[in-house]
Structures are given as C-alpha cells and as structure tokens.
Design a protein around this ligand. Structure first.
Ligand code: AHR
Ligand code: AHR
Length: 641
C-alpha cells in the first residue's frame, strides 16, 4: 500500500498561472491550416478556425508566445502588417518554405483577444536589427504622435496593443538558428537591445534567451543579463520509444529548473540584483518522432506521452517558485494537443492532462509526502534526445503534485501512475478532514500506454469523471496503471486554520468565559482550550465591572490543566450554541460565516490589532476571535457584521 500524506500548511509557494501558457509558430500547419484558415466554413470573420478556438479555450492559456521559434530569426514584422493584399510573400529560411504573411501582428493580437490571454512576442535577433525591434515595440505599444504608433493607427488600430512580454531572440546558441551567436556575443547584443527597448517602452518585461538551464550558455547569459531581464528562458523537449525513458524523461526539467535557479540566485546575490528573475520555460513538450523539416512536426501522441506531459505539469507545480512562465510547444498540429483536418479536429492524448490541470490546479502548491514503489532507470545509449535522467532516480511510480486554494478549502491532487501494468492503492492522509460530498476524480485513461487518438478513433484516450465517497482525514484511493488522476477534494477548515492559511504570522486570541460573578462554563472553556493545540491564546475575563483580559501564553497546553469536554469533539464545539450562552454577550464567534468574514478580513488587512501588555515582547499584533457587535465594540475584537 502506498501512502500520500499532505499537510496543507506545508506550502511550497504560489502557482503562477502563466505555467499554462502556449506557443504558436509559423511552422507547418500550426498557423496556416491550424488556427487560421480564411475561407473555411469552420472559420469566423477573422479567418480563425472556430473549432480550434473552442478546443484551445479549454486549455485556459494565460499567455501565448509567437511568431517563433526558429521562424522568428528570419522574420521581418513589417511584412505582416497593413492591408493583406499588399503584404509580400517571403522566402522562409528556418523551415525552408514560403511565408505568405497573411497572419501578422494584428491577426496575432486579435487571436489573443479571442482567447482572452496575453501576447508574448519573440524578437528577431537573427536577421533583424535593433531598430526594427524598437519599431515593433513602438508599433504595438506607442501612444505618442510618432511614426510607428501612427502606422498602427493608420492600419485601423487606434488603441495600443500593450504587449508586455518580449523575448530577446530564440535559441540563439544553436547552429540551426539563423544568425546564431556565441554566448559572449549574445550577452553584449542583448544588453544593447534591452537598453534601447526599455527606452522605447519602460513597462515591458524582457525574456533573455537561455538554453536548457544547466549549460555554460545559461551561466554566461544569466550573469550577463541579470541586470537587464525579467526572465531567463529555457527549452527542453524529451521523448523516446522506450516506455520508461519516455515517461521518466520529464525529470530532466527538474534538473534544468534547479540548476538554472541556482545560477539566477548566484548572479542576483553576487551582483546585488534586487529585482526578480523568473524562469520562462517557453518551449516544452514530448517530441521525438517527427523531427525532420518535411514532417511538419505532426507528432501523434500516445497515452505514455500524456503521462510524461502530466509529469511535466507536476514538476512545474513543485517548482512553482522558479518557473513563472511555461509555454507548451505548440498549440495546433505542430507537436500539439489539437490536430485538425480541413473538416474537423481531434484531441490528442496530451490535451487531456493539459486541460484538466489548467482547470483544477489551485493557487498554492503544497509539498506532499509520497511513499511508494520506485523504479531505477538506465538511460539507453541511443536515445533521440541526449538527455540522461538515470542519476536523478530512483523514481517513484506515483508522481504527485498537490495544490490548494488560498483558504485551504479546496485541494487538488494530481497523480501520475507510471506503472505500465500495476494499479497502485494508496492511503491518503490529510491534516484536515475532507468534507463529505463533492470529492471527484478525473481520470485520464486508455487501453494501453501505446493508445492514441485519431480522426477514426478520437476517444481511445479520454477522461472519465467520478464522484468519490470519502470523508475524514484518511481514506484510500486506487490509481489505475498508466493513468493520470486529478482528484478534487473539498476540505473542512475552521476559522483559525483559514486565517492562518491567509497569513501564517498572525497570533490569535480565543474568547474564553469564567466571569467571576457568574457561573463559569467549564465545558466552554475546556473545549476552547483545545485550541491551545492550534496555538491560539485564550482570553479570560476576571471581573464583571472592569473586566481585564488575561492572556495565557500560546504555549499553554490545555490538556495538562483541563479535561476536555466529553460531550463535544473539537472542532465542532466551537460552532455550537453552547458558546452563545456561555460567553455572556458574545455570540459564538466561530461559525463558518464568521470564518469566511475573518478570512477575508485578514486578507484585506482589515482586522484591528490587539496588543496585550503581557505579550509586549512579541512584535506581531494579536487578533480577537469574536463576531458579535456587542463584543467587538467593548473589547478589542475585530469589526465584523
Ligand atoms: O517548436 C519547434 C522548434 O523547436 C522551435 O522552432 C525551436 O525554437 C525549437 O528548436
Ligand atoms: O467587557 C465586557 C464583556 O465581558 C465583554 O464583552 C466580554 O468579552 C465579556 O463577557
């Protein structure tokens, strides 16, 4: 039996939704015949394929990179603006075709609007000039009465496009890249470009051109551009006919991200750079079959490839502090999740993890403990990509990532069972109970790891959604062989935990009773004292006329002094009516609606601090947990209601 243990407070960091980004290049049938097919009965008035748009929307991409890729290093953007009939066809040197230029900057921006996402334009540092690059930024973003901004207006677009992300070249290290450079040449050029581009528009964000994260190119470029860029890019593709090499290869991305992050940390420290430099993993995917130019890179994906893609996504979640942008290469037809013909499309296997993760990944990554069988991997000597990952093993059969929402009420668990033939049962343990009802699993499955979709058989690999009858802190889940499970868990969260999830530094004071002239309420106090385990201090009023709030140290352990009530179990008692009676004037503060108010108050910084002299040496303010207006007006509780 495997074990997955999750402490919702053991967070890794915030997920940047831009990890669900995409990429479209003028390559094969990605743009022409993919997203753009004017005259097709399936296209809208812009020439955009409506069926592709519908499928792409489900991928919820927040950012889209364009126009390449290798293509960009020979692309002159001015060929692609203005009246379509006046645009010239050009010899295209990267993929050795003819570029019609009927899809250009305007069409790209329009496409971004149609998908409601941010454009990310990569600049031509191959045959392009700095002057041309600055002109492109001015054309897109200029608001003054200047030549390029006016040309945009003359072309029918009075409002600026506000393109925030600009890439300083594509794969400039590679001999396949038009105008490739040495690392030192690139650094010098990119510094000059960054400077002039920022003079053109100081609000843009620049992406330096990295390699794979661990190369000397990366080291030199990170060092050289630390003061110039907002992101450093990496590209790593993986894939193999050998099952284990294929599904384990994405761990190479962990190597890339970890080494690249270390290079960034080092450069920022040594050069005293305060601004952040994120990693933009702006080309990633499984790609190994259709590598030749003639193939149009029309890779057909299997279920094994989908397992690899899900593993990549788990890795992005676990490395959310490093990877701020990730762009799947590419969107349609060319190494892509969506595959079209003139009359329709089908969804490739890899589409399913991409759409499920984009829909169900929550805002905060949590670090799960996973205990299960492992695989030791030997890298084959003749692999299509030169990546070796064996040294990163042994690898767990279950690759797991966990995310929760900000208040800890929703937990998503994504589990890839990479065993080709064994289902794995796991005990799942959480530090907060799952609420009964509404737990669901979305399972990406298929008959075998080699299963793939096609026009004839579009649903061989698909998604099955089931409700789960589970509750409490501990339950069992079964992960079928060669499958991806996306498990949605609604979590029961009481006020104190919810508040701490929003801000872990607050100190909480619970409302105690024990007024001297009134009957005491041992059960109330006893149950409230259980909160001491949650590091909540207890207030006790010792006089009726001039009440003094005595605050016990937070380390006070209730059970050493009190026998907790046998009638109610924490945490339910704090929502019981007994509280209203006991607290003389305080209605029970800790109902779920109060919890929501308290949580949002903490988030918005609206709680009033209570600084107690007994805690004078502690620096953080304390919060009084109380909901009644009467209470909050007379003691230092929070304003609620
Ligand atoms: O995505 C296909 C190609 O892979 C891109 O054009 C290039 O940047 C990379 O080598
Ligand atoms: O301070 C008077 C009241 O005494 C407060 O509202 C309450 O906390 C306690 O019962």
């Amino acid at each position: 039996m495997a074990r997955i243990a999750i402490d919702l407070d053991r967070t890794i960091g915030a997920i940047d939704r831009r990890i669900f980004g995409g990429f479209v290049e003028h390559l094969g049938r990605c743009i022409y015949g993919g997203i753009f097919e004017p005259g097709s009965p399936l296209s809208d008035e812009h020439g955009f394929r409506r069926d592709v748009l519908d499928a792409a929307r489900q991928l919820r991409m927040p950012i889209l990179r364009w126009p390449g890729g290798n293509f960009v290093s020979g692309y002159h953007w001015t060929d692609g603006v203005g009246p379509v009939e006046k645009r010239s066809k050009r010899l295209e040197l990267a993929w050795r075709t003819v570029e019609p230029n009927t899809f250009g900057t305007h069409e790209f921006i329009e496409y971004c609007h149609a998908l409601d996402l941010e454009p990310y334009i990569c600049l031509n540092m191959g045959t392009g000039t700095l002057d041309e690059a600055c002109a492109w930024v001015e054309y897109c973003n200029g608001v003054a009465d200047t030549y390029w901004a006016n040309l945009r207006r003359a072309n029918g677009h009075p409002e600026p496009y506000n393109v925030r992300y600009w890439g300083l070249g594509n794969e400039m290290y590679g001999p396949w890249q038009i105008g490739h450079l040495t690392a030192d040449e690139y650094v010098l050029t990119a510094q000059r470009w960054a400077d002039a581009l920022r003079r053109t528009d100081s609000t843009i964000e620049l992406v330096g051109c990295g390699q794979d994260g661990w190369s000397d190119w990366d080291r030199i470029v990170v060092d050289g551009l630390a003061r110039y860029v907002n992101y450093h890019s990496i590209h790593i593709y993986t894939g193999s006919d050998d099952y284990w090499s294929n599904v384990l290869a994405p761990h190479q991305a962990e190597r890339g991200l970890e080494i690249c992050q270390a290079l960034i940390n080092r450069a920022r420290y040594l050069q005293n750079v305060n601004s952040e430099i994120g990693i933009a993993y702006d080309e990633w995917n499984v790609w190994f079959r259709e590598r030749g130019e003639q193939s149009g890179l029309e890779e057909r994906y299997t279920l094994a490839d989908a397992l690899a893609v899900a593993t990549y996504l788990n890795i992005f979640v676990r490395h959310c502090r490093s990877v701020r942008i990730a762009d799947l290469a590419q969107l349609v037809n060319v190494i892509a999740p969506i595959f079209t013909s003139k009359t329709g499309l089908f969804l490739q296997t890899i589409y399913h993890p991409l759409s499920l993760y984009a829909e169900h990944t929550q805002q905060v990554a949590v670090d799960p403990v996973v205990v299960c069988e492992t695989v030791t991997h030997r890298d084959p000597p003749d692999a299509p990509w030169a990546h070796r990952v064996g040294d990163l093993g042994p690898f767990k059969l279950l690759d797991v990532a966990a995310t929760r929402d900000e208040t800890g009420r929703r937990l998503t668990l994504t589990v890839v069972n990479r065993s080709p033939d064994l289902a794995v049962s796991a005990t799942v343990e959480l530090n907060r109970p799952v609420e009964a009802g509404n737990a669901r699993v979305h399972l990406v499955h298929g008959p075998s790891p080699n299963a793939s979709n096609s026009f004839a058989d579009p649903n061989s690999v698909g998604v099955r959604t089931q409700s789960l009858q589970i509750e409490g802190n501990r339950f069992e889940l079964v992960f079928p062989q060669h499958s991806i499970s996306c498990v949605e868990l609604p979590v029961a969260v009481e006020t104190t935990s919810a508040m701490r999830l929003v801000d872990p530094h607050i100190e909480l004071v619970a409302c105690g009773s024990s007024l001297r002239s009134m009957p005491t309420f041992p059960e109330w106090d006893a149950t409230i004292l259980d909160l001491a385990y949650e590091q909540v201090a207890i207030s006790r009023c010792t006089a009726t006329t001039t009440p003094t709030v005595v605050i016990q140290p937070v380390t006070w352990h209730a059970r050493e002094t009190w026998t907790p009530s046998s009638t109610k179990q924490w945490p339910h008692v704090i929502t019981s009516r007994r509280g209203s009676a006991a607290a003389s004037g305080c209605t029970c503060p800790l109902t779920s609606s109060t919890s929501r108010i308290a949580t949002s108050s903490v988030r918005q910084g609206r709680l009033r601090g209570h600084r107690c002299p007994a805690w004078a040496r502690t620096s953080s303010p304390h919060w009084m947990l109380s909901s009644s207006a009467a209470c909050s007006s007379r003691c230092c509780g929070m304003p609620i209601g």
